[in-house]
Design a protein around this ligand. Structure first.
Ligand SMILES: [Zn+2]
Length: 78
């Protein structure tokens, strides 16, 4: 992932997490239908240290599944 300046404050002081599960089980699943049957899809969290804007970036594997994802879960908007 190429870092870009924060879209809110244009800071370059940002931090990226390791890949984390996008939920499921007792937590909401933020990437429904994009994981595997035994594991939720993953995303990486990027936090801007200057303003706190927090962004979630779905893994490549999850993004590849979007084009054929269930329309109940995902609607293409652009
Ligand atoms: Zn910022």
């Amino acid at each position: 992932m190429q870092p870009t300046p924060c879209p809110n404050c244009e800071s370059n002081d940002q931090y990226r997490s390791k890949e984390v599960g996008a939920g499921g089980g007792h937590a909401p699943n933020y990437l429904p239908g994009l994981g595997r049957w035994y594991a939720a899809a993953k995303f990486t969290v990027v936090v801007c240290r200057s303003c706190g804007l927090t962004r979630f970036f779905a893994s490549e594997e999850a993004r590849e599944k979007l084009a054929n994802a269930d329309e109940v879960d995902w609607t293409r908007i652009s």
